[in-house]
Design a protein around this ligand. Sequence first.
Ligand code: FES
Length: 103
Amino acid sequence: MSDWFDVGDAGDFADGEVAPAMAGGQPVAVFRIGEELFALKDLCTHGNARLSDGYVEDGCVECPLHQGLFDIRSGAARCAPVTEAVRSFPVRVVAGRVEVGMA
Ligand code: FES
C-alpha cells in the first residue's frame, strides 16, 4: 500500500525534463517521457547531488556531479561511477494532478 502525495499539475511537467518536488516530506525528482511520468528519489546513490539538477537523455538521467547515469523508469544504475540503483516511486495522474506513491 502506498500513500499518494500531490506533486503538481500534469501540465507542469514537460516532456524530456525533470522537476524537483516534495512527496511525503521526501525530495523526489519527477520526469516526463512522452505521456508517462516517473519519480526517483532526488539524491544520487554515489554522492550528494540532486538528480533534479541532472540532464535527461534517452530515458536516463545523468547526475550533475560525476555524470553517472540512472534509468528513469526503474532507477537502475546504467553507467559508472554509479553502481547502486536509486529508489523509484510509483506515479499516477488523478484528475489532472500528479501523485507520487510512498510505501
Ligand atoms: Fe552522482 Fe557522483 S554524485 S555520480
